[in-house]
Write a protein that binds this ligand. Sequence first.
Ligand code: ZN
Length: 388
Amino acid sequence: MITTLKKYTIREVIEGFVYNELEGKGLFGLAGELTIQPEYQRNYIYASDGGKREQAVVESLLKEYPIGLLYFNKVRDNALEVLDGQQRITSVGRFVTGKFAVKDANGHEQYFSGMTEVQREKIMNASLLVYVCEGDEPEIKDWFKTINIAGVPLTQQEILNAVYSGPFVTRAREEFSNSNNSLVQKWSAYIAGDIKRQAYLECSLNWVSRGEIDAYMSKHRHDHDIAELKSHFIKVIDWISGVFTDVESEMKGLEWGRLYEAYHKQDYDPVEVSKQVRELLSSFEIKDRRGVFEYILGGSQDTKLLNVRVFDEPTKKVVYAKQTKAAQTKGESNCPLCTIGHDANHEKIWSLSEMDADHVLAWSKGGETNISNCQMLCKTHNRAKGNR
Ligand SMILES: [Zn+2]
């Protein structure tokens, strides 16, 4: 990879700057030679926090502070793309084209056009340091990860979009990075994260590629259609909403792609499922409410997914002491299940550390996690009984 350090003035960089209000991004600079926010990049987000970030960029320039290194990628002759620095360049471009004002020393709002000639020249002549890089993909990818430490860090998917830019990413973003898509509302029941920061695109790619996003994007980079990506995504969404007819907040961000792979061939009765979901979600005994969905899909077997409430130490000690005292009086084991057997453990007194607490009436049958429903079993019997 070749990197060259170059110095541009702001005047040069923002020559021909256009801000697209509709898409929320800065488009071109360097008189058209520079693509500021390529199709695959994230949208402009500096204006979103009430404009504090973009104002800070301009204030730095006015104080003649540096605004940090910028990184451009040389795509071909006379064609550069901004790898890092879109937000800063767009801030300056928006300011110079009158899109926002900054407060001056006296607290007055100042637009660029209202500034003195001297101030305007100070901004336009400020220099920007730019690393221009040329190289193959793995190199740029690696480098991109390294520089991705300043400013608002890029998400993993934003980096991949940059690395595998092309018609596929462009089409995929139109579908999955567009907050105006009318289906986003429905999708947001199951997908966590910010659509603008590529969370939905990442999710769709993760599902279709079974977690191999990198490889999938590389393979499809030059495709002009996203049919497979789109149809798989819709299949998963339809499957979820078909099995679980009620939308619950606990569903958001679950590993639906994996659950689809594991369970979509099985039949479920949505009415029955809906009843089970409501029951489990209203149970005080379940600590991991997000585990409810996979638990049901798996046939209500794997209670580990629910992280059922356990008996606390004082309860165990009290029950242990009571059981042991009674057992010693009778001359039999303090594990009630051992007393039933006829082996050597019939009369064995287990120590506390050799025993586990068990629900007399299983929680799944409505048994509560309190002292009146607690018995101590030896570890072997407790394991054999399972967490019914
Ligand atoms: Zn036992």
